[in-house]
Design a protein around this ligand. Structure first.
Ligand code: GAP
Length: 466
């Protein structure tokens, strides 16, 4: 990563801390590596990411319903899904300093993502040695054979710690959907094709987490399992692919920084026959934003086999019973948020009130994503202004997440709101007392308009629809 790009991430991480978006986890105890907490502004942003996703894929579609399944599931789930046997990464140890690393990632860092896709376990160590890939910790080139390391977090349910009480923290939300396939079908009138969506936490004991919230051990996923008749899978796959792309671009991501990347045959997960990822050009290079897999009938079949339950769909016209096939768009919520954050980060050169050049930092979020929709700013702390300003805050708060702020100079307050991406600042000044109007400042253009207080709600509604 070059210096400029490194600076950008440093700036974003520091902005997130400074403005209450994202804090390092357990900070007062010295932190816990790669854990992050969403602050007062960050939680609004994250809720908005989930809200727009749910609106786009569930609320506005007749064929997709929601679900919220438990994180802890019967351990047989993970035997059936193949995660107990196969959800692992190739680990190598440096013989000199004894640190442990993900072998495929070390090669990937040298060559880029395509080169290492699907590398076999036995090929990892020879390649590290042949290409003289050094230990990032001590610089030696002396690696052990690669070993498989299962990524699932284990814990125990109840008071005993025997093998019978073993449970896993789910590594994907998808399985909660598959095990509820019959429940959903029995309680709705869904006809194929249909989907079940879920947003929730997932956990993976990643060996190399990093890049801020890009790869963490605890994260949130937004997943859909979309069930189709086998003969229709390709058509539906292509349709869904297009709507996933539109989701990101309609909410403001720069399409030039997005691409589809197809998985090579030996890179495919054990359940997938075809997978494409939407990748974003992060400051450190291209990285997966969303995985989009054709999971065939693998999961439902496996769960039938392991549970004995019948997970079938009866065609209402032919009365034929089938196991549907499944298309899976799988989004990382934190990663989606990070992408919107990076894409929205803008620096502009402006002139200060005293005529000096300064940098204005703005998060140019789509209005639906903006954590705070409007800030109400009385020009002075005098009651004659704070009283009407509070009145305006009260009239807006049932419509949107708004903020009242009377601290510091107006310039500093604008700057603060720009830095968290607030689309509108509503300023109450001494003229307000005469004309019963306020100044509305637009985040991006900085244009100011005088709007009657009585018309403010309607005015903002219109502006949000633009
Ligand atoms: N159910 C399929 C599945 O889980 P995946 O490609 O392993 O597929 C899907 O994960 C998405 O979840 C990724 O595209 C990414 O956005 C997000 N994700 C996966 N691992 C993550 C991690 N350690 N930290 C943050 N997000 C992660």
């Amino acid at each position: 990563m070059n210096k400029k790009k490194e600076d950008l991430m440093e700036k974003i991480v520091s902005l997130c801390k400074r403005r209450g978006l994202i804090f390092p986890g357990s900070e007062i105890y010295g932190g816990l590596a790669n854990t992050w907490d969403y602050g007062p502004v960050g939680v609004e942003l994250k809720n908005n990411v989930k809200k727009i996703w749910w609106k786009y894929f569930v609320q506005e579609r007749e064929d997709i319903v929601g679900l919220d399944a438990a994180i802890l599931m019967n351990s047989k789930t993970w035997e059936a899904s193949g995660h107990v046997a196969g959800f692992s990464d190739p680990l190598v140890d440096c013989k000199k300093c004894k640190t442990r690393h993900r072998g495929d990632k070390l090669i990937e860092e040298k060559h880029g993502v395509d080169d290492v896709a699907g590398i076999k376990l036995e090929d990892v160590q020879p390649r590290l040695m042949k290409e003289k890939i050094a230990c990032p910790h001590c610089g030696a080139v002396d690696w052990t054979e690669a070993k498989k390391f299962n990524l699932m977090f284990k814990t125990h349910q109840g008071v005993t710690e025997d093998s019978g009480s073993l449970v896993y923290l789910r590594p994907e939300t998808a399985q909660g959907i598959f095990v509820n396939f019959k429940n959903v079908l029995d309680t709705t009138h869904l006809k194929l094709p249909f989907g079940i969506a879920q947003i929730g936490k997932a956990f993976r004991n990643e060996i190399t987490p990093g890049n801020f919230i890009f790869r963490t051990r605890e994260f949130e996923q937004m997943e859909i399992e979309y069930f189709v008749a086998e003969k229709d899978w390709k058509k539906k796959y292509e349709e869904f692919k297009e709507s996933c792309w539109k989701f990101f671009t309609e909410y403001g991501l720069n399409p030039e920084k997005l691409r589809w990347r197809q998985h090579a045959p030996d890179e495919l997960s054990h359940y997938s026959k075809e997978t494409y990822d939407i990748e974003y050009r992060f400051p450190w290079g291209w990285g997966e934003l969303e995985g989009f897999a054709y999971r065939t009938d693998f999961d439902l079949k496996q769960h039938e086999k392991f549970s004995g339950a019948k997970l079938r769909y009866r065609d209402p016209e032919t009365n034929e019973e089938i196991i549907p096939h499944c298309i899976e768009p799988s989004f990382g919520c934190d990663r989606t948020l990070l992408t919107f954050l990076i894409d929205a980060y803008t620096e502009e050169e402006v002139k200060s009130a005293s005529g000096e050049k300064e940098t204005r930092v703005i998060l140019k979020f789509h209005k639906d994503l903006a954590p705070i929709k409007a800030a109400i700013l009385p020009l002075s702390k005098k009651e004659e202004l704070t009283k009407p300003a509070r009145g305006i805050f009260n009239s807006l708060k049932s419509h949107w997440m708004v903020q009242y702020d009377e601290t510091q100079s107006i310039g500093k307050r604008y700057r603060r709101q720009d830095e968290i991406g607030t689309p509108f600042c509503v300023t109450v000044d001494f003229e307000t007392l005469e004309d019963k109007a306020v100044t509305v400042r637009d985040r991006d253009s900085m244009k100011q308009e005088r709007v009657k207080i009585d018309e403010l709600v309607e005015y903002l509604k219109k502006r949000f629809e633009e």
